[in-house]
Design a protein around this ligand. Structure first.
Ligand SMILES: [Fe+2]
Length: 375
């Protein structure tokens, strides 16, 4: 629901300590309608009774871990944005919070200018995503495999632009930046977990690509293709292969269609050919046992072989609860055990170098390629 333009947005402060709670109230009162509660239960109760646009959330609450409350808020309240405001001791949890859909975080004692800037940016993003949700509801054809997907998606983009919702996109993507901005928003409103998975796989693939002699345009195509690799999942309900159980379950018949749907969805946007290759072939396996065509070895496009490794690494290290994730070292061991069968052995060794160098550790904190989410 989009609030009328001249209404003040409503913010709910969830904070058990009196000092920070009063400070937030004092700072925000001139600009926003405010509610303030001291614990998770009161927050959930208030959200049942009152429309709220944005929550500022302290992660250390008396009755429940803040990250757990964040997950519930994001699952139960479509369009509700959350900003984490917490102490330095909870920095890791704050980072985890980004994965579960927090728009950003601030550490106490917070800087007032940063607080106001982050809230303004987040509310602007919320308005943009609300408009996109409205457009998506009016376009049921987007999820119908039998319809002309390219036409339906082109229409969606047109409506999104006409509603004044467009974001400029990331300038790293040059002429493709507006399309990237649009697709970033579509991924975010369609499936938060898919959005985060896409960001991380793009990050890992880019890191691996940095060890190869690629041109700037090729690097951009790899980053972009890796980020869009599962966009076809939107067309079949948004489940991520490998995220719903063991890898083999992820390869279930229904999910096989997402590579074809993904390439069809992107047809109207005239992205580089390498992007389409990644989307079409990222489930091919080195020994020919993958899909959709059973390509083998070097017959699989290079960038698809890279993304295949990046996505498997992420499936193993960032499975959402209740599935257990494994450590990065253990995931790397499993990739190496499948080098030459599932994965390109030379690329696996290069990726092992990426993991050893530690650059992969920064993945959750390096959003690619959507708008910045942290101050
Ligand atoms: Fe996939």
């Amino acid at each position: 629901m989009i609030a009328p333009e001249n209404d003040k947005p409503t913010i709910l402060i969830v904070e058990d300590e009196t000092g920070p709670r009063n400070a937030l109230k004092m700072i925000l009162r001139p600009f926003y309608d405010l509610h303030a509660v001291e614990n998770a239960q009161a927050a959930l109760q208030l959200l049942k009774e009152q429309p709220v646009d944005l929550v500022t959330l302290d992660l250390k609450l008396p009755d429940r871990p803040g990250v757990e409350l964040l997950r519930e808020l994001k699952l139960e309240h479509e369009g509700l944005e959350v900003i984490i405001i917490t102490g330095y001791g909870s920095l890791k949890s704050a980072m985890d919070g980004l994965r579960y859909g927090a728009a950003g975080y601030l550490l106490k004692p917070f800087n007032v200018t940063e607080l106001i800037t982050l809230i303004k940016q987040t509310l602007a993003k919320k308005q943009r995503l609300d408009r996109l949700r409205h457009c998506l509801r009016r376009q049921p054809d987007l999820r119908e495999a039998d319809t002309d997907l390219a036409v339906a998606w082109e229409q969606l983009r047109h409506q999104y632009s006409r509603a004044g919702a467009a974001q400029p996109g990331d300038s790293r993507f040059g002429q493709y930046a507006p399309v990237v901005g649009f697709l970033s928003d579509v991924l975010e409103v369609s499936n938060r977990e898919l959005f985060s998975h896409s960001q991380r796989v793009s990050f890992y693939s880019t890191q691996l690509g940095n060890h190869l002699p690629l041109s700037e345009i090729e690097r951009m195509s790899l980053t972009l293709g890796a980020w869009l690799h599962d966009i076809g999942m939107i067309g079949i309900g948004g489940q991520i292969p490998g995220k719903t159980g063991p890898l083999e379950e992820g390869l279930a018949e229904g999910n096989h269609r997402h590579t074809d749907l993904g390439t069809r969805i992107l047809l109207p946007f005239a992205l580089p050919a390498e992007v389409s290759q990644i989307i079409a072939y990222h489930h091919e396996l080195f020994d020919g046992s993958g899909y959709p065509e059973g390509l083998q070895g070097d017959g699989i496009p290079l960038f698809a072989r890279i993304v295949s490794i990046g996505q498997r690494f992420d499936e193993m290290t960032a499975s959402p609860p209740p599935q257990a994730s494994v450590s990065r070292d253990e995931a790397m061991k499993q990739l190496q055990a499948q080098a030459g069968t599932r994965f390109d052995p030379e690329l696996v060794e290069l990726f092992a170098q990426v993991v050893r160098e530690g650059t992969a550790s920064f993945a959750p904190f390096a959003p690619v390629p959507g708008p910045a989410t942290t101050p």
